[in-house]
Every structure is written in C-alpha cells, then in structure tokens.
Design a protein around this ligand. Structure first.
Ligand SMILES: Cc1cc2nc3c(=O)[nH]c(=O)nc-3n(C[C@H](O)[C@H](O)[C@H](O)COP(=O)(O)OP(=O)(O)OC[C@H]3O[C@@H](n4cnc5c(N)ncnc54)[C@H](O)[C@@H]3O)c2cc1C
Length: 397
C-alpha cells in the first residue's frame, strides 16, 4: 500500500468574507489551512446586512460577468448553509436607474454554475414601468453569518494574530513563506500564503520583497470609508423587495438578529424588522476605523426617500437622529475589479484576494473558489478571460 502524500499547507491572512471563503474552499479541496486574523482590526464583513444585485452595464463588462457568476456561488452557499429570513433572503430587487433600453445588457455564457435558487428564467427582466429593471435573484445577506458558516462547514478555526510581515525562506528548491508577528517572531510557515486582509492587504504584501511592493503599489487600491443607516420599526408602505439605484434600500430585515422563519415576503412590517439603506462613500482617510457621521446619516436618509419616491413607494423615514448606523471601510480599486491570484515569479507561493470594493458579497465566494481551484490545479469555474481580468499580476490603468 502506498502512503498518502501529506496535505498541501496554506496560510490565509484575514477572516473577513474573502479570507473565510478562501480558507473554507482550500480546506474543502483537501488543503491543511492556517487562518490568521487580527481581531482588533476593523472588517468590512461586519457590515450588518448588504445587498447582492446584478451589475448591469451596457457592454456587459468583466465586472458585470464576474458579479453575475459570483452571485450564483454566493446564493448556492447561502441556500446550503444559512437560515433564510434570518441570515439572508432572496427578496428580489428593483433597479430604478438602469442603462437606457438601446444599451440593453448582453449576458454572456459562463461555465456551468449552481442552479438558481429562485424561479426566474433570466438575470434581468424589465418590469412594465419605465426606467426600471427587476432582478429576481437579488438578495440581502449578512456577510459575517456566511463567513462564520463557511468556516464551521469546512472545519477551519481562525487564530488571533496580527501579521506584520512576510519573509521568503527555503531557496529555489523548496520555497516557503514565514508569516511574522509584530515582535518579528514567526507566527506560521507554509509554501503558500494567501493575503486577504481587506484594506491592510497591500501593506502586508509589500513586506514580501521590493518587486511585490512595486506591484501592489501599482494596483492603486484605496481605503474607502462609508456608512449604512437603518430605521427600526419603520418601512416604506407596501414595499416587499429591495431597491437599487443611487444607493440601495432593503426593507423588512429581521432586527435585532432573531430567528424568523422565512416565507413569502410579509406585506406589513413585523415588530422585529428594520429598513436598511445607504451606503455613503467618503474619499478621505480621516479616521481608521471610521465612525458614523451625522452628515452621512442625513445623506443616506435623503437618498433612501428619493429612491422610494422613484419606485412609487413614498416613505417619510424617521429623522436622522432616530436612525442607527454602522461605518466601515471598503478596499476599492480604480477599475472596480478585485485582485485575485498569484503574485507571480517575483514571489512564488504568494497569493492575494483583495480589492472586493462594494461587491464583496457577490465576488468573495467565487474569488475564493477560483484561488482554490487554481492552487489545486482543478478546472476553473470561470473563463480564462475573466481569470485574467481580475488577476493579481495585472496593474491598474
Ligand atoms: C458601508 C459599506 C457598505 C457595504 N455594502 C455592501 C453591499 O451592500 N453589498 C456588497 O456586496 N458589499 C458591500 N460592502 C463591501 C463588503 O462588505 C466587502 O467587500 C467585504 O466584506 C470585504 O471582505 P474582505 O474579507 O476583503 O475584507 P474585511 O472584511 O475587511 O476583512 C479583513 C480581514 O483582515 C484581517 N486583518 C487586517 N489586517 C490584518 C493583519 N495585519 N494581520 C492579520 N489579519 C489582518 C481583519 O482582521 C479581517 O479579518 C460594503 C462595505 C461597506 C464599508
């Protein structure tokens, strides 16, 4: 009898949605995984609830295709691991300012993906009203619930450790990476390291060597703070689905997070429900982690009421002072594409999954599956052109 080779070992840095999905996918592909995270670091994944809706662009860009393919993977995990109505709900979404009809989206084929969770033959079906698109497979989702469920499902236990640097050891014959703590000590060592540390990713990666530092600087990733707001016990009358346009709005989300069996969307608001809306964008780094601001609360409230008005569900939201808020930072890229894959010959065994921007719920599980299949030399779930579109070795224009 021949002995089984030992499992390949990877270290994943970051346990937000990107890192959690990657750690789980690698484990499910048979890898031994060490997952390190800095619990005191702010994580965008702590967003209380977010929206997943297709990104409709006239030319059906790589971003639109990746979002579409990604949502199928996220929805599949949500159906398998989460409690509908508590952790997520496929409520559908009405997009109020889609591209003009003469620039209709042209969905392309992609490789076979899990079947849709809800009825609906197409991704985007125009509704009878002018200037609107109906997305039957849009859903709200609590990102932390998905990250935790995936780690439990795959049997991965995160370890608390703030990573300060990376060091390549072992020479060309057996290259390996040491992950260093703040005191310079070695936290872990493995042939493969995946950095999925959100807004801290480039700082961690840049410590690997000068070539990697130059590459990640050329990505031009930015920290983009923002805020969502919510009104407990108040909802636009008659609205049972999400709205998207200039900002988004999600009605009837169970809040506080209590178990509430999912059925058909309730026509009236339950006692334990809230309407979430936002999110604001700021382009300054004034506070890290960001704190909720009154000006952004007012702006979120105003946009939410305009969105409801445009959708035919006029709503007088409670005053900004009566709303609740959560602030966090996205890791954004100028081309709105994340960076997913190997850093290349400059740093063999070093990988990245970052720059998920405002679409992490749609993109993280697909990106993680791509990383795991590439590392395991299995068939990619997406076409080569899409793998190249978000490749970590690609610079930003
Ligand atoms: C206001 C707001 C609204 C949003 N709304 C939506 C939405 O509606 N739909 C949507 O799809 N997306 C939305 N997003 C984006 C989404 O939340 C992110 O894309 C996603 O959560 C990013 O996940 P991540 O794993 O890349 O990063 P994060 O969740 O930020 O995780 C980073 C991880 O890295 C770890 N870390 C950091 N530094 C270190 C270090 N030195 N050592 C070790 N570990 C470290 C942290 O502990 C954390 O575990 C929103 C974001 C914000 C801020």
């Amino acid at each position: 009898m021949t002995a089984q080779p030992p499992p390949r070992h990877a270290i994943v840095i970051g346990s937000g949605l990107g890192g959690a999905c990657a750690a789980a996918e690698l484990r499910l592909h048979g890898w031994a995984v060490t997952l390190l995270h800095a619990p005191q670091a702010a994580a965008a994944t702590d967003l209380p609830v977010g929206l997943m809706a297709p990104l409709v662009t006239a030319a059906d860009t790589a971003s639109s295709q990746l979002v579409r393919a990604g949502q199928a993977v996220t929805l599949d995990w949500a159906q398998r691991l989460l409690v509908a109505g508590r952790d997520w709900a496929p409520v559908g979404c009405r997009e109020c300012n889609p591209p003009p009809p003469d620039a209709a989206p042209r969905p392309r084929r992609h490789k076979a993906l899990p079947p849709p969770p809800a009825a609906g033959a197409d991704w985007t079906q125009p509704v009878p009203q002018a200037d609107a698109l109906w997305h039957p497979r849009a859903a709200w989702l609590r990102p932390r619930a998905l990250a935790d469920a995936l780690l439990r499902h795959a049997g991965v236990l995160p370890q608390s450790a703030a990573v300060a640097g990376l060091r390549q050891v072992g020479g060309l014959a057996a290259p390996s990476w040491q992950v260093l703590g703040r005191d310079g000590g070695v936290l872990a060592q493995a042939p493969v390291v995946l950095v999925a540390a959100g807004t801290a990713s480039t700082k961690v990666l840049a410590t690997a060597n000068p070539d990697v530092a130059a590459l990640v600087a050329a990505w031009k990733l930015a920290r983009t703070p923002g805020q969502i707001s919510w009104a407990s016990g108040s909802s636009p009358p008659g609205l049972v689905h999400a709205l998207n346009g200039h900002g988004h709005l999600i009605p009837n989300v169970p809040w506080p997070e209590t178990l509430q069996p999912f059925g058909a969307p309730a026509p009236c608001l339950s006692a334990q429900a809230a309407t979430f809306f936002g999110a604001s964008y700021r382009h300054d780094d004034a506070d890290d982690p960001p704190h909720p601001r009154a000006a952004e609360a007012h702006a979120n409230r105003q946009r939410a009421m305009e969105l409801c008005e445009a959708a035919g569900h006029p709503w007088q939201a409670p005053p900004a002072g009566e709303l609740q808020h959560w602030a966090g930072s996205r890791c954004t890229s100028p081309d709105r594409l994340p960076r997913v894959g190997a850093l290349g010959s400059h740093a063999p065994g070093l990988w990245a999954l970052t720059g998920l921007g405002s679409r992490g719920l749609s993109l993280a599980p697909l990106a993680a599956r791509c990383v795991a299949t590439q590392l395991s030399e299995h068939t990619s779930p997406i076409e080569p052109a899409l793998v190249i579109a978000w490749a970590a070795q690609r610079l930003s224009k």
